[in-house]
Ligand binder design. Structure first.
Ligand code: UAG
Ligand code: ATP
Length: 512
């Protein structure tokens, strides 16, 4: 169930009819709504249900379910209105000549009154590391003495109210409901993860960010975007005056440089590579398996010396990006530093390079991660190469029914950067798991580096990895991160990699 305001103000439906040029059928003069939902399973009494045509179903097919849950009215297209009439659903209907998705954000903003929400809004996009930046942002907002709110792939969070997320970027109706609840809770800074899908699918409509950021770009989601250029264009579209006031861009890569050049809003540039021209520079001062320390220097003497308790130079980059976003929003770095102990950012990022063993323990160390792109694998394994005292044992599987073109490259990078590679299953969905593994194995064997082992069952693969590890070795299990299920042939089977790994470590006497 989505997070909603607890004391919503009713919006007369006649206002929406006039504002959005809708045709009203069966509407009483005083009809009003207090919420918006496009999912019949999440309808609350008083909601406006959006009957949206989808790729698989027409949402109007679920109008009866929405009515039974107490919806006050349905907004749909002409086809949806016909479906509801044919099914004998007795619900007032507002008919839109445009695709309901195109109105959703503005309708939700009108119903929830979110245009008046004056918190600083931060949006983060890029291929890898969005979730990490968002969690660091929320921690820094708290350090600055302000109240944070957060929307990520892992969860949505308002104070102690936390719900798991089903999409990286919520649909606009859920997003505006969440923002309205944040306003009730007097949230002052909101960190929002922005997927490319969100930009092109109207999920951000009615939202204007104070600061947006771009961190990196590499292959992903080609099943939806067709080619890299279209995927990139979706990220670039966030850097427009309709969406945001200012931007922060990591310019280490040619893609970052393109965003900085082609952005339609003012941007400030961060470089982490020596000799790269930029407004801000990041230098790593120390790193180990327990975290990374860094110095960040910007224009007019702005600077920050700090650390993050997660390994990898890219985590320092994620932190730097978050710090610059606050600076750009008018929150001074000194105000952030005042709330931290010697610059240490005590961030916990669920399922991102999350250690399952005790930090600093003498035996092998085990990390669970959410990385599922060639770019994330390269970043993690490069970082581990610098800080792992012993061998690197890497295990992962790949998504079924998702971008298949990245599989061989994932296998190649995984084998090139590890000593032992165990290939197992992830979410096979409708594909035969052994066929997915075969593609990963082809890439892995081409690298001609690691010892490569195939063990489809992730539970057995976890135990195998532990049995192969000696003190000083590091096991990294990429893919499942925070998730709590495996998706196999349409079934959601309970599976938490974190619980499984902890259990196996206990069995091996490596965790109390
Ligand atoms: C391609 C895509 O984005 N599809 C989204 C789209 O699905 P769809 O058009 O197929 O919808 P449908 O299943 O035909 O249903 C039609 C309508 O009926 C409604 N319905 C359906 C069933 C029901 O019982 N009751 C009900 O009301 C649905 O809410 C929907 O409005 O609308 C659905 C409702 O909001 C989304 O859940 C669904 O996301 C699917 C699950 C998805 O996998 N999206 C991915 C591609 C995605 O958006 N990923 C990005 C990036 C992730 C990353 O960075 O890795 C993200 O932001 O999450
Ligand atoms: N700045 C970065 N550059 C490259 N890889 C990164 C970076 N930050 C994190 N990663 C790697 O990518 C993985 C995914 O990180 P994270 O979940 O933060 O990214 P994301 O962009 O939110 O991905 P998704 O949208 O799929 O959730 C991490 O677990 C880590 O392995």
């Amino acid at each position: 169930m989505s997070i909603r305001p607890q004391t919503p103000t009713p919006t007369p439906l006649r206002e929406l009819v006039t504002q959005f040029g809708l045709e009203a059928r069966g509407l009483s003069e005083d009809a009003a709504v207090t919420g918006v939902s496009l999912d019949s399973r999440d309808v609350r009494p008083g909601d406006l249900y959006i009957g949206m045509p989808g790729a698989k179903r027409h949402g109007a097919d679920f109008a009866a379910q929405a009515a039974a849950s107490g919806a006050s009215a349905m907004l749909t297209d002409a086809a949806g209105a016909e479906l509801a009439t044919a099914a004998g659903v007795e619900l007032p209907v507002l008919v839109s000549a445009r695709h309901p998705r195109e109105l959703l954000g503005d309708v939700a903003a009108a119903v929830y009154g979110t245009a008046d929400f004056d918190a600083k809004l931060f949006g983060v996009t890029g291929t890898n590391g969005k979730t990490s930046v968002v969690y660091i942002l929320a921690e820094l907002i708290r350090a600055a003495g302000l109240t944070p709110g957060l929307s990520s792939t892992a969860e949505r969070r308002v104070g102690e109210e936390v719900i798991p997320a089903n999409l990286t970027s919520p649909e606009a109706s859920e997003l505006h409901g969440l923002l309205a609840r944040m306003r009730e809770r007097e949230v002052e800074g909101v960190a929002i993860e922005v997927s490319a899908q969100a930009v092109v699918r109207h999920r951000l409509d009615g939202v204007h960010f104070d600061v947006v950021a771009f961190n990196n770009f590499s292959q992903d989601h080609l099943d939806e975007f067709g080619d890299l250029e279209s995927y990139f264009a979706a990220k670039l579209a966030l850097f427009t005056p309709e969406r945001a006031s200012r931007g922060v861009v990591v310019v280490d890569s040619p893609y970052g440089q393109r965003i900085a050049k082609e952005s339609q809003i003012p941007v400030t540039r961060l470089a982490t590579e020596y000799g790269q021209s930029a407004d801000w520079h990041l230098a790593i001062t120390r790193q180990s398996l327990d975290g990374v320390s860094f110095v960040l220097q910007g224009p007019e003497g702005a600077h920050f010396r700090g650390s993050v308790p997660v390994f990898g130079g890219f985590m320092a980059e994620n932190a730097a990006l978050a710090l610059i976003m606050l600076h750009e929003a008018g929150i001074p770095l000194a105000q952030v530093a005042a709330g931290l102990e010697r610059g240490r950012i005590p961030v916990y990022i669920p399922g991102r390079l999350e250690e399952m063993t005790e930090p600093g323990s003498a035996g092998p160390r085990f990390f669970v991660d959410y990385g599922h792109t060639p770019g994330a694998f390269a970043a993690m394994l490069d970082a581990l190469g610098e800080v792992a005292p012993g061998k690197i044992i890497f295990m992962f599987g790949a998504d079924g029914d998702r971008d298949t073109t990245k599989r061989e490259e994932m296998g190649r990078i995984a084998a090139a950067g590890s000593d032992t590679l165990i290939i197992c299953d992830y979410h096979p969905r409708s594909e035969p798991p052994e066929a997915i593994r075969a593609q990963l194995l082809t890439g892995a064997r081409a690298a001609n580096h690691a010892e490569v082992i195939e063990e489809g069952d992730p539970r057995r693969a976890v135990r195998l990895a532990i049995s192969l590890a000696a003190p000083g070795d590091v096991i990294l299990y990429a893919g499942p991160g925070h998730e709590d299920h495996q998706e196999v042939a349409g079934q959601f089977i309970p599976y938490s990699a974190r619980d499984e790994v902890r259990g196996a470590l206990r069995e091996a006497g490596l965790l109390s």
